[in-house]
Design a binder for this molecule. Structure first.
Ligand SMILES: NC(=O)c1ccc[n+]([C@@H]2O[C@H](COP(=O)([O-])OP(=O)(O)OC[C@H]3O[C@@H](n4cnc5c(N)ncnc54)[C@H](OP(=O)(O)O)[C@@H]3O)[C@@H](O)[C@H]2O)c1
Length: 280
């Protein structure tokens, strides 16, 4: 596959704990070999191209690796391709990056051009200012959703957080109400008419994936998940699995690692979840 001239990312010092360089090289090397199949070995290019909004972030890199492992074509966003390239270095030189500050609706529309699926893992790290949750976790998500035309974009997967529905949840209090903006972003997606999946993780960690089981739950019972974590690798597998999976349509669920469960059992659990009642 001929890859576009692009902008890649490697874990920099400020992103310690992200994929190690060798892992990134191994995963992204698949792109350079020209894989175009969807999923492990089963070629289905009709399923199309994925936009990884926030590919430059810590979760985003794992999503890109998962897509690359499956030979699934993707494009990824960052606000600054030079910085992203500096972080990931030569290892990711084949990635199809698009520079997009998604607070700008026009940038969101441009990023969405020619895209069939979206995995959105953007998020603000700022408690105030013009790139805080209000403008990113809500505003930029809203712009992406509005740029995605139902029918053209076949599935939109959005990463949010456990506790978004309760202003009293510890995460919401710790981040000064940021999760309330996340919830508004969720609601905008639910009301959009798009096929979607909303995934609410516990704390994200970079431990090895596929070691512990993964529990899926619904109802945003943050007390049950207090202190829970999930590896970004396990999370990425679930996010990618939701694409093109009819069982994942209109689902909202919480997710965390659970050592009591066998790794991989979450696939059956996904099929047993209940779609959101809200209809558009
Ligand atoms: N960390 C946790 O424990 C945790 C727990 C639960 C939920 N989450 C959620 O999971 C998501 C991913 O977490 P993470 O650790 O991967 O975050 P991260 O490393 O901080 O990545 C954030 C991403 O958002 C992008 N972004 C920020 N502002 C943007 C803007 N104005 N326009 C476009 N893109 C923008 C960044 O891109 P550039 O900077 O390259 O432009 C980056 O790709 C976040 O939404 C977070 O809220 C995290």
């Amino acid at each position: 596959m001929q890859l576009r001239e692009s902008h890649l990312s490697t874990p920099g010092p400020q992103r310690a704990g992200s994929l190690d360089r060798r892992t990134v090289i191994a995963a992204l090397g698949l792109l350079a070999t020209g894989c175009t199949a969807w999923g492990s070995g089963s070629s289905d290019p009709a399923r199309g191209r994925v936009l990884v909004a926030g590919g430059s972030g810590r979760a985003g890199r794992y999503v890109m690796r998962e897509l690359a492992d499956g030979g699934i074509p993707f494009r990824a966003t960052t606000r600054n391709v030079d910085e992203a390239r500096a972080r990931l270095g030569d290892a990711a030189a084949g990635i199809d990056w698009v520079a997009a500050d998604l607070r700008d609706p026009a940038a969101a529309r441009a990023a969405m051009r020619g895209v069939d699926h979206v995995i959105c893992v953007i998020g603000s790290r700022e408690l105030g200012g013009d790139n805080s949750a209000r403008f990113v976790d809500y505003g930029a998500v809203r712009n992406l959703v509005d740029a995605a035309t139902p029918g053209d974009v076949r599935h939109f997967v959005l990463l949010t957080a456990i506790g978004v529905t309760d202003p009293q949840s510890p995460a919401n209090k710790a981040f000064k109400g940021a999760l309330e903006w996340r919830f508004k972003g969720e609601e905008h997606l639910r009301d959009s008419g798009l096929d979607y999946t909303i995934v609410r993780p516990g704390g994200l960690v970079d431990d090895p994936a596929g070691v512990k089981g993964v529990v899926l739950a619904q109802g945003d019972d943050w007390r049950r998940f207090r202190g829970s974590t999930i590896t970004r690798g396990d999370l990425a597998k679930v996010l990618v699995e939701c694409l093109g999976n009819p069982a994942a349509d209109r689902l909202t669920f919480e997710i965390a690692n659970d050592p009591a469960l066998p790794p991989g059992a979450w696939r059956q659990a996904l099929a047993s979840l209940q779609p959101d009642l809200k209809q558009t």
